[in-house]
Ligand binder design. Structure first.
Ligand code: BGC
Length: 453
């Protein structure tokens, strides 16, 4: 990445690309899942999404006008290896070649995520992340990408939010692959971590491009049943610690400390780690990393478990804050708190941090004139940029901030009902309309650059 602070925007392949049947792309678990009945709130799929596969030139032009220095996108594994194994599909690789060249031609650093949840369906049929072999397949895929793109990608992100893929995809079943592995979740934990480690090793063989992972982090706030912190009991506080172990440390301690966090015996199935972890695994997982991606949206309210949950905590809504259209509390200071907690926990082992996702959903209904004045999003982003500045002033080495998202897109189980973009997308016509937040972000970036000379 270039010197200085990176201002960026983020997207992911299945959420924006569309063109799911083109140029030899194979099926992913999200193609399967979204086409099943009752999985997606509005019955939609990512078949077309933002049609970014065909309109990437226009989208990169929007980024150039915005003035961002970096774009974080993800690569669809089933475009590169349609079945998740074997030779690269040249037409799939060619799309990312074109995208990367277009970005570089506009002075924008390509930040490529290898996996943002769209596992090739054939690998899922062979066990998905429950199978150790998937980690080896992922390393092969990383090797293919390294050979094709390492000369131009400026930062690699191996996995996006393995904890969300675990919880939403493999426990609660609200995301693909729609599983409920409450009794035996640790294969999905360890094999994702191993995939990260092996892929990082494979990418190192292709040159000095920095490598990181993007984790989802959320301060675990003990709250009482009324959602308030001051009514939390000792049992709620204990449950919040257990939740923090899962949400924040499970996918970070092995990477930055080379060991699993203490306290995992609170979770069913943790004993399986004894056989899952083989010689050399933790060394591969814990190999030095160049960057840590922090995706932050809100703190999580946690209470002691009630009778009807297989998990050792209850998730409770944090009360006393404004909420986004998703119902998530708006707490910019939670980002500062999280960044400082990471520095305190990992000390010198914490690599430079990039906030790889930060953003919010609002209704974003166009006015009669067509303009979209998303003042709440501006307030949200302004607060979170301020939190990053405070964390940096407090000594956290934060090198970038990426808004989620450039475009309104396919919001997983919520379909097209939740808009996160700086740019509004009319999904019937594919017309893009920059919102007021786009102009706000453009001005912020310009002012920051002018200030830094
Ligand atoms: C994911 C994005 C998602 C965003 C908003 C993040 O957890 O990485 O893909 O759109 O949250 O829900």
């Amino acid at each position: 990445m270039r010197d200085g602070f990176s201002w960026g925007v983020s997207t992911s392949a299945y959420q924006v690309e569309g063109a799911v049947r083109e140029d030899g792309r194979g099926l992913s678990i999200w193609d399967t899942f979204a086409h099943e009945p009752d999985r997606i709130a509005d019955g939609s799929t990512g078949d077309v999404a933002c049609d970014h596969y065909h309109r990437y030139g226009q989208d990169v032009a929007l980024m150039a006008d915005l003035g961002v220095s970096a774009y974080r996108f993800s690569i669809a594994w089933p475009r590169i290896q349609p079945t998740g194994a074997g030779a690269a599909n040249p037409a799939g690789v060619a799309f990312y070649d074109r995208l990367v060249d277009e970005l570089l031609g506009r002075g924008i650093d390509p930040v490529a995520t290898l996996f943002h949840w769209d596992l090739p369906q054939d690998l899922q049929d062979a066990g998905g992340w429950t199978a150790r072999d998937t980690a080896y397949r992922f390393a092969d895929y990383a090797d293919v990408l390294g050979a094709a793109l390492a000369d131009r990608v400026r930062l690699w992100i191996t996995l996006n939010e393995p904890v969300v893929h675990l919880i939403f995809g493999h426990l609660w079943g609200m995301h693909a692959p729609g599983l409920h592995l409450f009794e035996d979740p640790f294969p999905v934990v360890h094999h994702q971590l191993l995939a990260h480690g092996l892929a990082a090793g494979a990418l190192r063989g292709h040159g000095p491009t920095p490598i990181g992972i993007a984790n989802n982090y959320s301060p675990a706030w003990p709250v009482g049943p009324d959602g308030r912190r001051d009514s939390a009991t000792a049992a709620d506080r204990a449950a919040a610690q257990v939740y923090a172990t899962l949400q924040n440390w499970l996918f970070t301690d092995p990477i930055l400390r080379g060991e699993y966090p203490a306290g995992l015996d609170a979770f069913p199935g943790a004993a399986a780690l004894e056989t899952l972890v083989r010689d050399g695994d933790l060394a591969a997982i814990g190999a030095p990393l160049d960057a840590l991606g922090v995706n932050y949206y809100n703190p999580t309210g946690v209470g002691a478990p009630s009778h009807d949950t297989p998990l050792p905590f209850d998730i409770r809504l944090v009360e006393g804050y404004p909420r986004t259209y998703f119902g998530w509390p708006v707490v910019p200071d939670g980002l500062r708190e999280m960044l400082v907690s990471l520095r305190e926990r990992y000390g010198a082992a914490l690599p430079p941090v990039y906030v790889t996702e930060s953003g919010c959903a609002y209704a974003d209904v166009p006015a009669a004139t067509g303009s979209i004045v998303d003042s709440e999003r501006i307030g949200y982003l302004d607060g979170h940029v301020g939190a990053v500045r405070q964390a940096a002033a407090g000594g956290v080495d934060v090198r970038g901030y990426f808004v989620w998202s450039l475009l309104d897109n396919f919001e997983w189980g919520e379909g097209f009902t939740k808009r996160f973009g700086l740019v509004h997308v009319d999904f019937a016509t594919q017309v893009r309309t920059p919102k007021a937040s786009y102009a706000w972000y453009r001005d912020l970036i310009a002012a920051d650059r002018a200030g830094r000379g």
